[in-house]
Structures are given as C-alpha cells and as structure tokens.
Design a protein around this ligand. Structure first.
Ligand code: ATP
Length: 293
C-alpha cells in the first residue's frame, strides 16, 4: 500500500548562543547547524526508512535541491513536490542557550501555498487501505482529507501545532489522531474522551507511548527505551512515521509500537530532526540487543 504524506518541509537553522537575545541585542552564535526538518518531512523520512512506500505531497523552493534530494535518497517519492521560484522553503530559526532553553521562529513559506490541482494525478491514485498522513503545518488539510476519506484511505492527523479550529475542521475525515502528552490534554479538554475516530496515538516522551483502539475499545502501551538523550527534536514524528509504516505492513499494534519506540529512542540519541531518524536495520539491531539484555 502507499503512505501519502501532505507534509511540511522545513529547513532548520539552529544557533547555539550564550543566552537568548533580549530586544535590541546582537549576539554572536557559538555554532550553526542547518538540517532538514518540518513535521511532514520528518514523518516521510521515518516511514520510508521503516520500509513503507511513501509519496510526499508538498512544496519547496527550486533553489533548495538538497532538501528534496535528502528525501529522495531516503526512498521517498518526491515527484509530486512542487518547486517554486518565488516562494521560500518553509524554515525554522532555532535559538538554543546553554540551559537548553529555546526560542523558535517558523516561516511556513511554500508549505502554505499548496493547491489541490497540483496533486491531481497523485489524488487519482489514492485507494482504500492506503494511508494519508498530515500535520498542522500546511494548508489544504481539509480538502485532501475529505477526498482521501471518501476513497476509504485512512487519514492520520498529527494535531501539531495544536489549533482547535484546524482540528475541528479536519476531524470528521480523520481515522487516527497522533498527539503528544500536552496535545492529548488539550484534545480531551476540547472534545472529552469520546472522539469519533478509529484510533489515537499518544506519545509521552520518556514515559513511552500508547495506542487507543477506540473502535475495539482496547489500549496498547509501550515503554520508552532508556537511552542517553542528546536531542528530542522530531522524536514524535519518528515514532508516528515508524508506527504507520508498521500498520501499513500489517504488523500487529504491539509490534508496530515496539519498533516505533526503538526508532524514537535511537533518534533522541542523535542531534537533528529528519537527518537523525534511524534506518530499519539500525532499529532491528537495537531491538535485538535489547532482547539479549
Ligand atoms: P517532537 O515534537 O520533538 O517531535 P513529541 O513531543 O511529539 O516530540 P514525545 O512524546 O516527546 O514526542 O516523544 C515521542 C517518542 O519518542 C516517545 O513516545 C518515546 O518513545 C521517544 N522518546 C522521547 N523522549 C525520550 C527519552 N527521553 N528517552 C527515550 N525515548 C524517548
């Protein structure tokens, strides 16, 4: 089956500073790192590295070939990524201080310019048993979710950044909702416990994760693997991408959860977002080493 992803693509510019700048202050950064990020790109990379057949639907500036190249070399089908001459690739300016505090500025850029007709040929190929991933970092969410759901494609929605109005609009077409602990609390505050979706994936950082099968009335939990944490950016996306790739392959939920937890554990031991998402063989090795312990 195909995992389609209406997904944001961001370039993360990360600067380490002695402290976060005050209004009017100019600071020299200690170091600078440029990497691939955006919840959409991260999830495409994770699902592809987990072995799924992934088609990314999104946009980037024509001048940023390396961004699309990185997705392509991970095995993501990038032929439907719209390339712009006049729009910047979405990007995040991430300021980090010595205490681990951060300030982040995001510019949606090309991620917010998507038009349905640009994906006409992709949409025509969507069929039942495929998945469509989306996150709240692009436009076109409701339009594509509606078309996909009509074709029995299961829509997986990451409600991040959390926006109640965006969520309310897309929810009738969503099969699985993916949230972290904070978002889960906001979700419950807004909708109560009875969401009309098939399932809910809740990640809870070092406390692990849970999948609630709301139709079957069952819940599955997986602990987080204890690891030395370097950078948790993109851990949730790594988890979601691996988990959906598992479901797509027909894995039982506990198996898909365990592999996703292992992938996310490896991710947090590395710095960066998309670039730090592990390959399936690394994840299998990690799991094998845990079984021997
Ligand atoms: P992000 O927004 O950075 O992608 P998130 O808030 O969506 O992250 P989390 O719930 O923090 O996602 O983490 C996702 C998963 O990553 C967890 O369920 C867990 O499996 C793994 N993980 C996160 N933090 C740790 C940690 N400190 N140790 C081990 N595993 C972790």
């Amino acid at each position: 089956m195909t995992v389609w992803n209406l997904g944001s693509i961001n370039i993360d510019h990360t600067y380490h500073l002695p402290h976060l700048p005050r209004p009017g202050e100019t600071l020299s950064a200690r170091d600078y790192r440029k990497g691939l990020g955006g919840k959409g790109a991260n999830q495409s990379l994770a699902a592809a590295r987990a072995g799924a057949s992934v088609v990314h639907l999104g946009a980037a500036a024509r001048s940023d070939d390396w961004v699309v190249g990185r997705l392509t070399s991970a095995g993501v089908d990038t032929t439907h990524i719209v390339r712009h001459h006049d729009q910047a690739t979405g990007h995040a300016i991430i300021l980090l201080d010595d205490d681990g505090e951060n300030s982040i500025v995001i510019h949606g850029g090309a991620n917010r310019t998507l038009q349905q007709e640009q994906f006409k040929s992709a949409i025509a190929r969507m069929k039942g048993r495929d998945f469509l991933l989306m996150q709240n970092e692009t436009n076109l969410q409701v339009e594509l979710a509606q078309v996909a759901a009509k074709r029995a494609v299961r829509v997986v929605y990451s409600a991040a950044p959390f926006d109640i109005e965006a969520l309310r609009a897309v929810l009738p077409h969503v099969s699985i909702i993916a949230v972290n602990e904070g978002e889960a609390a906001e979700l419950t505050a807004a909708f109560g416990e009875d969401l009309a979706v098939e399932g809910m994936l809740i990640t809870r950082g070092a406390k692990g994760a849970e999948y609630r099968d709301l139709r079957g009335g069952r819940s599955f939990e997986v602990p987080a693997y204890p690891v030395e944490v370097v950078d948790t950016t993109g851990a949730g996306d790594c988890f979601a991408g691996y988990f959906i790739a598992g479901l797509d392959r027909g894995d039982d939920i506990p198996v898909a959860l365990r592999r996703a937890a292992a992938a996310a554990a490896l991710k947090v031991t590395r710095s960066g977002a998309g670039d730090a998402i592990p390959k399936l063989d690394e994840v299998e090795q990690f799991l094998a080493s845990k079984e021997q312990e």
